[in-house]
Design a binder for this molecule. Structure first.
Ligand code: FMN
Length: 485
């Protein structure tokens, strides 16, 4: 039987953990193995070069025999960019990128039904367990990723697991984690993120905040952890649904927090209220060191677990593009949220790779009534997926592909009049990493809606576009296609 294009169950071979995922990468020719690189800057620079050269067609990089470390203590980077692998992780059938990917994932997200994790008693993550003085996170070849980084970052492609101290639900987030010493880590969570709100709640009660972290895991867990899910939604439930099988978790021996049984490396620890230590700077997703060395909470590591021949996963950021999957998923999340907010006839939403988070987002609509375009822009500014650290929201007509930056620029240049078509909203949700906000003023930023749709009231009289009609194109292609393709 032939699989229908929308029949995604037929097309996707399930996998269980990072190692089986790597087998798929190898089979697809999307795995490069490198021996002998140095953890100090080399791994970061090699990853940057691979990513910049090919991006969506790039390979994952598996480093072994890292300088100063035994064979088998490995680092894996760039798991976030090769589209065929991102699609596999999410259970999508075809390796489509761009707007087709966004549309497909958006439709799947509408069918989300929580699938809670399954508790198991044992798992490979327990192959090696350490407590107290035996803990040393630098037994792994933790990279210094960029030349001006303030230290070695073990958490870049990590999953931070926490529990709401009042409501009891478990959150997964991806937040950067710096090594201070063998059992103390710096944790930076931006203001307003679920994990940060949970931590602040614990501190307000003057309680220690329990944390578990994995530093090597199935990429699907990283994707889920970095999704913008509604408050109260556990990312394990989301990953289980995407996988069509519950994620197996053990109870952390110290905190009781659920830890993926197949994680490569995991720790547990506590953050004490009021305790901070200088952290950073770190080469961030904006492409800048936008925040200097600053105090951040400290995690005291009380247990360390890892598999034999552990793989540390890393996702260095820096000058964009850096994490393609994040832009695609954010586009899908925002598109759904806009529809849920009541914006009709949205034809496409695309967060552009060179403008991370939602710093440049294009939205195409079929204009139905006066004010529809501004409504779409205003909703995108405020909705989940679009609200954090956004900048420009460009609304275009449906004949413009929002994922094609050239078309978006053409629309902006020809269908908007700056005097009339740019709206600015001030004092919006930003954070310490926003490069254009001066030090000392970080926290808020402004947003612009650029209405690049044909003006509604004379849209039908707007100058006609100069291009061949579909009938003429078809006729010409039939006759000349053998030469012009
Ligand atoms: C590779 C990667 C690294 C990230 N690093 C951070 C970080 O250091 N701090 C942060 O607040 N968010 C970071 N994020 C974004 C958050 O993971 C994302 O906003 C997520 O939705 C937060 O989860 P929460 O809202 O459940 O707290 C990162 C995302 C990715 C993909």
């Amino acid at each position: 039987m032939t699989a229908r294009p929308d029949d995604d169950t037929n097309a996707v071979r399930p996998y269980r953990d990072l190692r089986e995922w790597l087998d798929i990468a190898r089979e697809l020719g999307l795995l490069k193995e490198l021996d002998g690189a140095h953890w100090d800057l080399e791994i970061g620079a090699i990853t940057e070069i691979e990513r910049r050269r090919r991006l969506e067609g790039s390979s994952v990089l598996l480093f072994d025999r890292i300088a100063g470390y035994p064979e088998g203590y490995r680092v894996l980077t760039n798991a976030d960019n090769p589209i065929p692998l991102v699609a596999r992780s999410l259970g999508l059938p075809a390796a489509r990128g761009g707007l087709a990917f966004v549309r497909e994932w958006k439709e799947r997200m509408k069918r989300f039904e929580p699938l809670p994790p399954a508790r198991v008693e044992a798992g490979p993550v327990l192959e090696n367990v350490f407590r107290g003085p035996a803990i040393d996170v630098l037994k792994f070849p933790v990279p210094r990723w960029n030349e001006l980084d303030g230290g070695r970052y073990i958490g870049t492609d990590c999953v931070v697991i926490t529990r709401d101290p009042e409501e009891g639900w478990v959150n997964l987030g991806t937040y950067r984690v710096q090594v201070h010493d063998r059992d103390r880590l710096g944790l930076y969570i931006s203001p307003g993120k679920d994990g940060r709100i949970q931590m602040e709640k614990a501190f307000a009660r003057n309680e220690r905040f329990p944390v578990a972290m994995t530093f090597g895991q199935d990429p699907l867990l990283l994707y889920a952890a970095s999704f913008h899910l509604p408050w109260g939604t556990c990312e394990y439930d989301y990953a289980g649904w995407a996988r069509r099988a519950p994620i197996e978790v053990i109870a952390g021996p110290v905190t009781g927090l659920p830890i993926p049984a197949h994680a490569e490396i995991a720790i547990e620890g506590f953050v004490d209220p009021g305790e901070v230590q200088d952290e950073g700077p770190f080469g961030e997703f904006t492409g800048y060191y936008a925040s200097d060395r600053r105090p951040a909470p400290v995690v005291h590591v009380e247990s360390l677990m890892h598999r034999n021949r552990p793989i540390l996963t890393g996702s260095p950021m820096g000058r964009p593009p850096s994490v393609v999957f994040y832009d695609l998923i954010t586009s899908a999340t925002l598109w759904n949220a806009m529809e849920a907010a009541g914006v009709p006839d949205v034809r496409g939403v695309y967060v552009h790779h060179m403008a991370p988070t939602t710093m440049f987002t294009a939205i195409s609509i079929t204009q139905r009534y006066p004010g529809h375009a501004r409504q779409a822009g205003a909703a995108a500014i405020a909705c989940r997926g679009g609200a954090y650290m956004g900048r420009y929201y460009v609304v275009v007509d449906e004949d413009i592909d929002p994922s094609n930056i050239d078309e978006v620029i053409w629309a902006m240049a020809t269908r908007s009049d700056p005097e009339k078509d740019i709206e600015v909203l001030r004092r919006c949700w930003s954070g310490p990493l926003d490069p254009i906000v001066p030090p000392g003023e970080k926290g808020f930023n402004s947003r612009a809606i650029i209405d690049a749709c044909r003006p509604y009231e004379w849209r039908n009289e707007f100058p006609r576009v100069v291009e061949s009609s579909p009938a003429l194109r078809a006729r010409v292609l039939e006759k000349w296609g053998h030469i012009i393709g």
